[in-house]
Design a protein around this ligand. Structure first.
Ligand code: BGC
Length: 393
């Protein structure tokens, strides 16, 4: 009996000791996890930004990571009003064109930082036909429709839902576009989710559903100047585009319908090339675009999200890589910037002081039978993702 009691007693002491050791271990794990979480923490903060002339309240969200990247996004147009990333000396600076107040964004401007919908790029004569029915869109670019029309998604108020989880911060924006808004059929529910991560990348996830057959081509219209100095043109940046072909255009920047091989043309960016090298070349397409303002046909279209293009500024060392699952990318070298719009701290945005890399379907797809389709049917989920990743080299 005594032997048994002693055994039980001994066993209990041993178990207690083991339990204490284990508890201490897990306390340590928890502590470690908290420190890692703190170290990797990405924050998101909401502020009131202002009121539009129509009396709508606008909020602005600041997403910050631990690697010096900070992005400001407002509910008006889902616009990225500011994007700061470090240069090779570790100094964070502004790299996206923007204004310093809401009022300026509500005045006409070339879509600075905005979400574009329902249809990025041009639709010839603002017309297209679906199931035998012709639709006439609001036109705003001569006789053509550009970037969703004069009252496109870039001028709408989006509702926002923020979330923070460890090393990512997300801002999910929602907009419901009414049937026939700007001439497009279907009641469309759109979500755009911006996610800032600790590897200095910003994901843009676009999702949508419709209750009627429609066309859709969403994109993001930020103008980057990786030098961090907006008085400097982007002409010394090196561009890479993983595309063997281009969508050539007519004088109104409407696709001719054929695709063009980029070999031996100013449009060959398969190896990094300085923008300024061929931007003034005696070339028909360069003349029509007044520089670069074209959609490239990206390679590896069956591969899902893959590398599409990059821009590198050798002075600051900043590299921007763009990944997407989209078939095309519009590289626009800011040819229409004309020194009339105000910079944040004085001065104006001059010719070619910002560049856009807009992932998308090819322009005028609804009228081009050989281009990948942009039709969205009821019951289908539109879902596409683009990542803007910043680093230095
Ligand atoms: C187009 C340009 C246009 C600019 C601003 C770009 O996406 O390709 O032609 O001028 O947007 O509207």
């Amino acid at each position: 009996m005594n032997v048994l009691k002693r055994c039980i007693y001994g066993f209990s002491i041993l178990s207690l000791a083991l339990l204490t050791i284990e508890c201490k271990g897990s306390q340590k794990d928890e502590k470690q996890e908290n420190t890692t979480q703190k170290k990797n923490n990405v924050s998101i903060e909401k502020k009131e930004y202002g009121t539009t002339p129509a009396g709508q309240k606008v909020d602005i969200y600041t997403l910050k990571n631990q690697k010096g990247m900070e992005v400001n996004i407002m509910t008006y147009g889902g616009i990225i009003t500011s994007l700061k990333v470090p240069n090779k000396a570790g100094v964070s600076e502004e790299v996206a064109i923007g204004f310093n107040n809401l009022e300026q964004y509500t005045k006409p401007n070339p879509y600075f930082g905005a979400l574009i919908g329902r249809f990025g790029n041009r639709i010839a004569k603002g017309k297209f036909t679906l199931d035998g029915k012709e639709y006439q869109l609001a036109t705003n670019n001569g006789k053509n429709a550009l970037h969703g029309g004069p009252e496109g998604f870039h001028r709408r108020i989006w509702t926002a839902e923020e979330a923070k989880g460890g090393d990512v911060a997300t801002l999910k924006l929602k907009y419901i576009s009414k049937d026939m808004e700007e001439g497009y059929p279907g009641h469309l529910t759109v979500f755009v989710t911006y996610t800032l991560k600790n590897d200095n990348s910003l994901d843009v996830l676009y999702e949508a559903t419709t209750d009627k057959k429609t066309v859709l081509n969403l994109t993001q219209h930020s103008y980057f100047n990786l030098s961090g100095d907006f008085s400097k043109p982007i002409l010394n940046d090196e561009i890479t585009i993983d595309a063997d072909k281009l969508v050539p255009v007519d004088a109104d920047l409407i696709p001719t319908g054929k695709l063009m091989d980029v070999t031996n043309t100013p449009f060959d960016f398969r190896k990094p090339k300085v923008i300024g090298k061929d931007i003034e070349a005696k070339d028909d397409q360069i003349k029509k675009g007044l520089g670069y303002d074209h959609c490239w046909v990206l390679n590896n279209q069956d591969k899902g999200e893959r590398f599409a293009a990059s821009a590198y500024n050798p002075t600051s060392g900043r590299l921007l890589e763009v990944f997407t699952d989209q078939p095309g990318i519009q590289f626009y070298s800011g040819n229409f910037l004309d020194g009339t719009l105000p910079m944040r701290n004085g001065g104006t945005y001059a010719h070619r002081t910002g560049l856009c890399l807009e992932t998308q379907h090819y322009p005028d797809s609804p009228n081009q039978k050989d281009f990948p389709t942009t039709v969205l049917n009821p019951g289908e989920n539109y879902k596409t993702k683009t990542t803007f990743k910043f680093s230095v080299k």
